[in-house]
Design a protein around this ligand. Structure first.
Ligand SMILES: [Fe+2]
Ligand SMILES: [Fe+2]
Length: 378
């Protein structure tokens, strides 16, 4: 039986997700309805909560990858980032009042959506750990849930300074859960962990070279952060490698292509909605997008039998079409009324056509190596 959860001062020191979620910094006096409302949104572009067939996931046998598995779990258990995700002397004072209002709004939106995404991982992993009996699987998910609780808690700390907090307890109860079969959870979650790594490390390296552009201290924490996401991605790579069918049957290859295209294009559109944020960092969102896709593609060769042809001229054209369609949809929503609805449908049809165009670009074959283990190299 588990010992009762005691109140911990900070989620960064938590040994389990439960301890992290009960930590004092998780529920402050500030509860912002605006932030929670934003986090509650379920659109194609906002982070979702997932549920799956936990019994099927629990039935996985990791014997085919045992040696790599044990090494990975040992590294995660050693917990190199314990205590890392909290403010210390490196946390410079943030001038929220003096921040350009557009930047402030976009940055807060960025923090809320990152917090929701981290927390979404925490909820899914914690649930798997709770439902499962397979010690390999529950052991892994317990460790990943611990990390995501710390990440979400740390972003909430940053938001709280701006007088905002996402009500995580309320989200768990009230947010809609999307059901994905386990193999779709593998593709989607593997990709979101690896793209998370690529996103965080690309910003971190950019700001290392241009520290004057670091307008908020949270970016200083991104290197250790992305190493956690890297390990989580490694775990999903191993889970997929337990059964060759998951990545090698022709139907599943199509699904992999679908998920790669969906995850990449969603990131593109979402990032292009934050021009002031990228300008403040002095990062061109198109350059950033392609750079992150390149790193993620390179990493995903450890397990996926194909990569997207992101240098094909149709790729950029398709992403730009999708972005334009998305702006039309947003403008139509603001317009409202019957005409707004009609324009919204027209925009959605254009977005659908752009997405199909992206999907129809021939992918590049990849010969998957015998072992998947990678080190974070960027
Ligand atoms: Fe995370
Ligand atoms: Fe993660």
């Amino acid at each position: 039986m588990n010992a009762p959860t005691r109140d911990l001062a900070h989620s960064a020191d938590a040994k389990t997700a439960e301890e992290g979620l009960a930590a004092e910094n998780m529920s402050g006096p500030v509860d912002s309805k605006m932030a929670t409302d934003v986090a509650m949104q379920n659109t194609l572009l906002t982070p979702r909560f997932y549920t799956t067939d936990f019994d099927e996931l629990d039935a996985i046998d990791v014997s085919p990858v045992r040696a790599e598995w044990d090494q990975l779990i040992a590294r995660m258990k050693a917990d190199p980032n314990k205590g890392h995700f909290k403010k210390n002397a490196d946390w410079d004072t943030v001038d929220w009042e003096g921040m350009d209002p557009k930047l402030r709004a976009e940055f807060i939106d960025f923090l809320i959506s990152s917090c929701t995404a981290e927390f979404s991982g925490c909820v899914l992993y914690k649930e798997m750990k709770r439902r499962g009996k397979n010690e390999d699987v529950t052991g892994l998910f317990q460790l990943m849930a611990r990390d995501e609780a710390r990440h979400a808690g740390f972003i909430n700390d940053a938001l709280r300074e701006a007088g905002i907090a996402v009500n995580l307890g309320f989200l768990t109860q009230a947010k809609k859960y999307t059901y994905f079969r386990p193999k779709f959870i593998y593709y989607a979650t593997y990709l979101s962990e690896k793209i998370g790594y690529a996103r965080y490390i690309t910003i971190y390296r950019h700001l290392e070279a241009h520290p004057e552009k670091r307008f908020h201290p949270i970016f200083k924490w991104f290197r250790e952060w992305c190493n956690d996401e890297f390990s989580h991605g490694e775990a999903f790579a191993l889970l997929m490698r337990t059964d060759p069918k998951i990545t090698q049957s022709w139907q599943n290859k199509l699904w992999i292509k679908f998920f790669l295209t969906a995850v990449f294009s969603t990131m593109w559109v979402r990032d292009h909605q934050r021009p002031a944020f990228h300008e403040a960092l002095d990062v061109d969102p198109a350059w950033y997008g392609q750079e992150v896709f390149r790193k993620t593609s390179e990493i995903s060769k450890q397990v996926f039998p194909l990569t997207l042809d992101i240098d094909n001229p149709r790729w950029r054209r398709g992403l730009d079409r999708l972005d334009r369609a998305n702006r039309e949809i947003a403008a139509a929503k603001r317009q409202g009324g019957v005409r707004g609805k009609l324009r919204q449908w027209a925009g959605s049809a254009k977005a659908g056509a752009a997405f199909l165009g992206l999907l129809s670009i021939p992918s590049q074959r990849n010969e998957v190596p015998d072992t998947s283990r990678l080190e974070p190299a960027y």
